[in-house]
Write a protein that binds this ligand. Structure first.
Ligand code: ATP
Ligand code: SF4
Ligand code: MG
Length: 333
């Protein structure tokens, strides 16, 4: 669902740096993105490319050891300069996160129902009984059977898939405008994965929420995304509409990731392709393009300077010195 109007989320030049004993680790570099109401943006990239760090920094859930700069405009507020109290109203209120491991969000010592009640009451002054009824409704809406009984149970009494549903109920308890899902189904078995994705899509349709989906699952990306952002070595390498990335990519990293060199041949490949070589060190970045040691198209210029993230066509951006040569070359039209 693509919509017009002002973006709901506008991230500009976000940088996240960890100060470690070994030195500074730049885990997210100059990240920009915008997400409109109701839209789904998927973020893909190899392990360690900075996807989770970016999502956590947007929600200001990053570790204290991280230094964050840039700007995160969300729903009319600059989140990076917001005081902690109004930020708490945003988190779990207008913006909520779904994690890979539900126990990141659920507390083992409280019942599932009580946790949803707390989440509702942290954002809205409603009597406990009403919040409880709403919590049971939320559990029912995410497909938890016997919701009144299950509300009285503890997270460990739920199966993995049910726990994921409970976490989603908690995330949507206050009708967020933006949901950020970080590998929401990776830990689940395949049939449950499909159900949970279906649920997230239903929730999005019912609430009109925007969704940022972080995933390694390309089938999922193809099925749900309006736009896709590809990350490598802490940076955005390419961003565009789903078809710009799947069929008209002009970035060697994206193409390698999708298994599309020399040709993008099918959408059925499920996972990101393993690319020979290793991801770059974020502690000691090399000069020029971070993908250079693994890139089949690297030339001398790639060692000399880092390519800018440049416009290919409206809405489609790529970071590569040779992007222009790839326009209309290879890929399926
Ligand atoms: N607390 C931390 N201290 C130092 N470095 C960190 C810390 N957290 C993350 N990093 C580094 O930041 C980089 C980006 O990590 P991030 O978790 O965002 O990767 P990711 O793209 O989400 O990977 P995955 O697909 O495996 O989840 C990694 O190189 C990681 O080692
Ligand atoms: S800038 Fe050079 S090394 Fe980097 S992706 Fe483009 S061609 Fe490859
Ligand atoms: Mg991650």
């Amino acid at each position: 669902m693509r919509q017009t109007g002002q973006p709901l989320l506008e991230v500009r030049d976000l940088n996240v740096t960890f100060k470690t004993n070994a030195g500074h680790v730049r885990a997210a570099s100059d990240i920009s993105m915008s997400v409109r109401a109701g839209e789904t943006l998927s973020i893909v990239g190899e392990s360690g490319s900075g996807k989770s760090v970016t999502a956590l920094a947007i929600m200001r859930l990053h570790p204290r050891s991280a230094d964050v700069t840039g700007s995160v405009q969300f729903d009319g507020q600059d989140l990076l300069t917001l005081d902690e109290e109004p930020m708490r109203a945003v988190r779990g209120g207008t913006m909520a996160m779904i994690f890979q491991d539900p126990m990141t969000a659920l507390n083992p010592v409280f019942t599932v129902g009580d946790q949803i009640v707390e989440m509702i009451r942290a954002h809205e002054k409603v009597p406990k009984r009403i919040a409880h009824d709403r919590a049971v409704e939320m559990l029912a809406s995410v497909g938890v059977p016997e919701p009144a009984r299950r509300a009285k149970q503890y997270p460990h009494e739920f199966s993995g898939g049910m726990r994921q549903r409970a976490m989603i109920a908690m995330a949507i308890a206050n009708s967020p405008k933006l949901l950020i899902a970080d590998e929401p189904t990776t830990a689940l078995d395949v049939t449950i994965q499909a159900q949970v994705i279906e649920l997230i899509k239903e929730v999005q349709k019912a609430t009109g929420a925007a969704l940022i989906l972080i995933t390694h699952d390309l089938g999922l990306v193809a099925g749900v995304s309006d736009r896709v952002q590809v990350m490598y070595g802490s940076r955005v390498m390419e961003t565009g509409a789903l078809d710009d990335i799947f069929y008209r990519s002009v970035n060697p990293y994206t193409r390698a990731l999708l298994g599309s060199i020399p040709d993008v041949s099918s959408r059925t490949r499920d996972r990101l392709k393993a690319i020979p070589g290793s991801p770059p060190s974020l502690l000691r970045p090399i000069s020029g393009c971070p993908f250079r040691p693994r890139c089949e198209m690297a030339i001398d210029r790639c060692a000399e300077s880092l390519p800018e993230l440049a416009v290919v066509e409206p809405g489609h951006w790529s970071r590569c010195h040779r992007s222009e040569e790839l326009i209309g070359v290879g890929g399926v039209k």
